[in-house]
Design a protein around this ligand. Structure first.
Ligand code: ATP
Ligand code: MG
Length: 357
């Protein structure tokens, strides 16, 4: 990896500042350990940007993100900005960034760490094998289809949403899922509702065609209702799941609970340019500024940044193994603490990860 890589850090609001600080230190240490380095600049978005610039996503932030190799984001939003006009809401920063950066794929790896398997709502023996990557289409589908708000027609109130997918939209997301499966178990499950929906029938046909280009990938199809059930019954059987915007939204939240804590899970949003990396949780205003937040979801997001945007797989693996080791060694932030383990602050958790790189 060349040393000319540059990333943008957006701490955001609430616990965002603490968790991105911890993740940045881990990332710098991992880069150094793998014989590389990167430069970074810090930019504002969300409530912090509303306070400083009057808008949630300043042009300066967008510009810096466009030029960067990757963006690491903490979390945005909080009750102090809830009164602002809808178009100025802190959460608009994320939607705006997705749009500006053309991010069409959301990747959510769901891994259950053996040391925490007992904290999953499912039995430890069912979840300890869980290592799933959900690839959700982010730019199309029913989220962007025509909408007819509720109105009274012939005396009955009705509303309508429509879903559309085009061949190129399906092709690029399935291709991305197949590429991501290489280096994993090489299995892709395409999830749809092809027995009912026309968009799903196109999705299924195109997915099968694209998978032909990947000899090392085995593609199978599954209906979304069955997938929802299998995620609870046999989650260890999945490798990569690729699905539409709406199904992906629902399934990724379902799968996230398997891990036991929202603070542990990373995500990546990818397009053809800069990738955006963030933990799946929000700004957690209830625990902000107290060193209570679990930084591991953000630290694992930094690992994804190395893998998908900085072409440094070695640093990614190093971070992921160090996180697993820290948990095996008994270190716990408050959200995953149980008697008998070592309780640590946000900062200390970061230091313990660095010590194991
Ligand atoms: P969003 O901002 O997406 O609407 P939310 O407000 O629904 O999210 P979060 O901000 O994610 O929810 O917080 C939900 C709960 O999980 C809170 O009680 C919060 O303290 C806790 N939580 C979230 N992230 C973490 C973390 N990294 N470490 C510990 N606890 C967390
Ligand atoms: Mg929130």
């Amino acid at each position: 990896m060349s040393s000319s890589k540059n990333i943008v850090i957006i701490p955001g609001d609430g616990i965002g500042t603490e968790i991105t600080a911890a993740a940045l230190q881990v990332a710098q240490a991992a880069a150094a350990q793998s014989g590389s380095s990167f430069t970074y600049e810090t930019k504002q978005a969300g409530g912090a940007a509303i306070d400083e610039y009057g808008i949630p996503l300043p042009a300066e932030t967008i510009e810096a993100c466009r030029k960067a190799d990757g963006v690491l984001l903490g979390a945005v939003g909080g009750p102090q900005w809830d009164h602002v006009a809808p178009e100025l809401r802190a959460e608009k920063a994320i939607l705006g960034l997705r749009k500006e950066l053309g991010l069409y794929a959301n990747l959510r790896p769901i891994k259950v760490f053996p040391a925490l398997a007992g904290q999953s709502p499912l039995k430890a023996e069912i979840v300890s094998a869980v290592n799933i990557l959900i690839v959700r289409e982010l730019n199309g589908g029913i989220y962007y289809g025509a909408r007819q708000e509720a109105s009274v027609v012939n005396g009955v109130e009705q509303a309508c949403d429509s879903e559309m997918y085009s061949r190129p939209e399906v092709e690029r997301i399935v291709r991305l899922a197949c590429r991501a499966a290489i280096g994993r178990k090489g299995r892709v499950t395409s999830v749809d509702k092809a027995n009912v929906l026309a968009t799903s029938r196109l999705w299924r046909k195109v997915a099968a065609e694209i998978a032909q280009d990947f000899s090392e990938v085995e593609l199978s199809h599954m209906y979304v209702d069955n997938c929802a059930m299998q995620l609870v019954l046999n989650p260890g059987n999945f490798d990569v799941i690729v699905t539409s915007n709406l199904f992906g939204d629902i399934l990724s939240d379902e799968a996230a609970v398997l891990s036991g804590s929202i603070g542990l899970l990373p995500s990546a949003s990818l397009g053809d340019g800069t990738g955006l990396y963030e933990p799946i949780h929000g700004s957690a205003p209830d625990i902000a500024g107290q060193g209570l937040a679990n930084p591991l979801g953000t630290i694992l997001s930094a690992a994804m940044l190395f893998r998908y945007s900085l072409s440094n797989t070695q640093a990614a693996i190093m971070i992921e193994q160090a996180v697993e080791q820290v948990l095996n060694d008994g270190y716990r932030t408050a959200d995953i603490f149980q008697p008998g383990f070592t309780k640590v602050s946000t900062e200390e958790m970061g230091r313990q990860v660095i010590a194991r790189l």
